[in-house]
Design a protein around this ligand. Structure first.
Ligand code: AGP
Length: 603
């Protein structure tokens, strides 16, 4: 989704912002632009639809070194089509803005401003906020005051950067949308962005302001970044954190795509994750220790929701606590029954998914304790939950989530063990290391999976099936394939096939059938039913199962019998590789699939 970056410094503001925007490309966008202050003390605007390179090319004539303040944006269209005019920043009366999010009362505000004679160039809701700032600035002494007046008039979740021609200053503010500021321990460059990753290697201290805190970045003040409440008083409502991320870790290295790199990172991550939590003596919940929830609402979106379905199996099996697993977009609007003694568990890689955040807020308002299973430390979800379990997946750049899913499930597994107060010495290390070894072994068989992918990638459609703990893996396999290969794929509980989807089966349909230990015979019967209708069978099943192999068109035998409850994670890596190679044969943009965004910060 949209990304924002701002820089104030002695020079090179535009280059710093463009560097930040490059880092945000992975989030998905359709146009990009910058607004900057040049030597002549006027604001200049440059924006282009399409790839960031279009913007970079158009900046060739610009004296990049002599820019002292700049705001930049990558846009993912919500209001108005993709074109240069609708791209951000927007500029009027020497005030420039960039915006992430949606202004829900934009239509009403726009007609009000129009009736006062204001003209609009774009179709965006963002330009309405610019209009409000312009109007307010006619009556205020500072830009900060004008922003405060304008911000109070808008509804919905948004983050903004605003600058004007007279000061080398950026004003930043947000409600329900990600925004950070950054500074250097040695140096006078200051930054702001919607994602701390944009600032890796540039800022070493990151500030996370809370909602409705105005951040003022100005290299002439001390401190360089100041925080204010909307009434102008100083604010302490921000969190400060050292930036630990290393740029090298976020590069593709020898891999052709981030997705492939991230699939390959899984064994090492699993090993270090086990070691980390084992050193800590397991996961501990400070204030929640001792609470035995009566019911857990597990809420998430997309892949994280699939992880929730696997985690439900652990918690219900080991802890005997009922779990209600729901998609956040449904949960937040259906008036869920939330009762005392229940708990909200929110799963998110980014910690910035708008629906998940709203669901968490709903639980908090209803008096429920909330816990996150989250990757990004300091994200909004992390800050809003009572307790957090970090999945420690490192930065995930590929839009299609892979390693985060594995780490989310493992975190859920440890959570379930924590509820049992079960952390025997070294036990998890052994169990997790075995899983890591098996994933290594499947990664070593990538060529075999690539070969199968080459034979099936152009078939009409794909149905992933599984039972029990493999059902969520079937759903996740289908989602991955849809996302990156742009083919129609469905995940089904194997036993449900005959209740409708079997009508789709013919010689052009592929059934990727996962056969586990549980309900083996029944799952094999489901394969027979597909076979009888001439469907193409790709079976992921137990190693050395000759009859199952015989029945299948393609067979991927796995040694998972000793992996117990973690076996679904092993199988899932096969699906990740299958999708990856099928997408590669189709020639799609694997790391940045069309229409998708890494972090869905709007509804
Ligand atoms: C996964 O491949 C997706 N791109 C998507 O479904 C994602 O898992 C979902 O948007 C949730 O994101 P989050 O984990 O950052 O909350």
């Amino acid at each position: 989704m949209c990304g924002i970056v701002g820089h104030v410094g002695l020079k090179n503001s535009v280059s710093n912002v463009v560097e930040g925007l490059k880092r945000l490309e992975y989030r998905g966008y359709d146009s990009a632009g910058v607004c900057f202050k040049s030597k002549k003390s006027e604001l200049k605007l440059c924006k282009k639809s399409g790839k960031l390179q279009n913007l970079i090319d158009s900046l060739e004539e610009v004296d990049l070194e002599n820019s002292h303040a700049c705001i930049g944006h990558t846009r993912w269209a919500t209001h108005g089509e993709v074109n240069d005019t609708n791209a951000h920043p927007h500029l009027a009366e020497n005030i420039g803005i960039v915006h992430n999010g949606i202004i829900e009362n934009a239509t009403k505000l726009k007609s009000e401003l129009k009736s006062e004679g204001m003209k609009f160039l774009s179709e965006t809701d963002s330009e309405v906020f610019l209009g409000l700032v312009v109007r307010a600035f006619k009556t205020t002494k500072t830009l900060q005051e004008a922003v405060s007046i304008a911000f109070k008039q808008i509804e919905g979740n948004s983050a903004f950067l605003i600058m004007d021609k007279d000061r080398e200053e950026i004003v930043a503010i947000k409600r329900g949308a990600p925004l950070v500021c950054g500074s250097q321990s040695h140096g006078s460059d200051i930054f702001t962005s919607s994602d701390p990753y944009a600032l890796v290697g540039m800022a070493d201290t990151i500030y996370f302001p809370e909602d409705e805190v105005i951040c003022v970045l100005d290299i002439k003040t001390d401190p360089l970044i100041q925080f204010f409440e909307l009434d102008g008083s100083y604010s302490k409502r921000f969190l400060m954190q050292e930036q630990e991320m290393n740029l090298e870790l976020s590069e593709k290295g020898e891999f052709e795509h981030y997705m492939l790199k991230e699939i390959h990172e899984q064994p090492a991550l699993i090993r270090s994750f086990a070691q980390y939590y084992s050193n800590l003596g397991g996961i501990s919940f400070h204030s929640l220790t001792g609470i035995e929830p009566k019911l857990i609402h597990v809420v998430a979106c997309g892949t994280a929701w699939h992880a929730g379905l696997v985690i439900k199996n652990f918690v219900e099996k080991f802890n005997k606590i009922p779990c209600n697993v729901e998609q956040a977009s449904e949960f937040r609007y259906r008036n869920p029954l939330l009762l005392e003694g229940e708990l909200g568990l929110f799963i998110s890689q980014s910690g910035e998914t708008a629906d998940t955040l709203a669901a968490q807020e709903l639980c908090t308002k209803s008096g429920l304790k909330t816990i996150s299973v989250v990757n990004v430390e300091g994200s909004t979800l992390y800050r809003n939950c009572d307790e957090n379990m970090l999945i420690r997946a490192g930065i995930e750049i590929g839009v299609a989530s892979t390693k985060a899913f594995t780490q989310q499930v493992l975190t859920g597994y440890l959570y379930s063990s924590a509820l049992l107060k079960k952390f025997e010495d070294g036990y998890y290390i052994k169990e997790f290391n075995l899983l890591a070894d098996r994933i290594d072994s499947i990664l070593n068989r990538s060529e075999e999976i690539e070969e199968i992918a080459s034979e099936i990638y152009n078939k009409k459609g794909f149905i992933f099936t599984g039972r029990g703990s493999y059902f969520p893996i079937a759903l996740e396999g289908a989602l991955k394939l849809k996302e990156i290969a742009y083919v129609h794929a469905e995940g089904y509980a194997a036993g449900e096939l005959k209740h409708g989807p079997i009508a789709l089966i013919d010689e052009e349909m592929v059934n990727i059938a996962i056969v586990g230990k549980e309900l083996y015979d029944k799952t094999v019967s489901n394969i027979q039913e597909v076979k009888a209708r001439r469907g193409i069978i790709v079976t992921i099943g137990p190693e050395g199962d000759a009859s199952l192999e015989e029945m299948s068109d393609y067979y991927i035998g796995l040694n998972y019998t000793d992996l117990g409850d973690l076996a679904p994670l092993y199988v899932n890596v096969v699906n990740q590789l299958l999708s990856y190679y099928m997408a590669k044969f189709k020639g799609t943009d694997i790391d940045k699939p069309r229409n998708l965004a890494k972090s869905v910060t709007v509804e």
